[in-house]
Ligand binder design. Structure first.
Ligand SMILES: [Zn+2]
Length: 227
């Protein structure tokens, strides 16, 4: 199979063809102005092996953080899906989510978008995490000292020696099953404060099939927008 570039950039000053694989796996081809389709295809065929290898590596690297701009129609993540942002002239307080319609923000508050989204995600995560934690702790007779929602970027959750649990507000962006996995994972740490075999066995008992969620987070977690 011939690799298919995501973007081709023609440049008059360029003398030779080159390909680049960007973080996230995007394939960019730069070509001198007037390069024929045939030349491009034979170049891609020649380098197919290198491209495939590089793509596999770069797919694991998170693409550069895309700053949210809070413009009309911009897509925001919630519970594993993307919803459009609508800027309203009146009738909204803060950042509001309406099922089936998306997010609403007052146009004149566009500049506060980041803080508003942070607050929205924080509240959403707090509610979702607390509901699951209470149910699971009761079910398995586990003691939780406290639950805190943080702005952590690289860590979904943690559990202290004293069984204080921390969760990142970024969990609001992931599918509900993945969020549940993180909560159950940290709760399992209240019994086993390590990643021993006993820990994973206990987790499997609590949440059979958790591995799929763990993989989802590994593969997609870093690609969610930074803000
Ligand atoms: Zn852990």
């Amino acid at each position: 199979m011939l690799p298919k570039p995501d973007e081709i950039i023609y440049d008059r000053r360029r003398k030779r063809l080159i390909v680049q694989v960007l973080p996230g796996g995007k394939l960019v081809l730069k070509a001198p102005q007037g390069t024929s389709k045939h030349q491009i295809n034979s170049f891609l065929a020649q380098h197919a092996g290198w491209i495939a290898e590089k793509k596999a590596i770069m797919a694991q690297v998170s693409p550069p953080a895309q700053a949210l701009r809070f413009v009309e129609g911009e897509l925001l993540w919630l519970a594993g899906r993307q919803y459009p942002l609508h800027l309203a002239d009146t009738g909204v307080k803060g950042l509001v989510f309406k099922q089936g319609q998306g997010f609403f923000l007052l146009k004149k508050e566009q500049k506060t978008g980041v803080e508003r989204l942070n607050a929205f995600y924080r509240e959403y995560t707090r509610r979702a995490v607390t509901t699951i934690a209470e149910r699971v702790a009761r079910q398995w007779g586990l003691q939780v000292k406290s639950i805190r929602i943080t702005g952590a970027k690289r860590r979904w959750g943690s559990c202290s020696r004293q069984n204080s649990l921390n969760f990142s507000l970024r969990l609001a962006m992931v599918p509900p099953e993945a969020l549940e996995y993180v909560v159950v994972h940290e709760l399992a740490h209240t019994r086993h404060h390590d990643h021993s075999r006993a820990f994973w066995a206990f987790l499997e008992q609590m949440l059979p099939g958790y591995e799929a969620q763990r993989q989802w987070l590994k593969q997609n977690g870093l690609r969610l927008p930074d803000f």
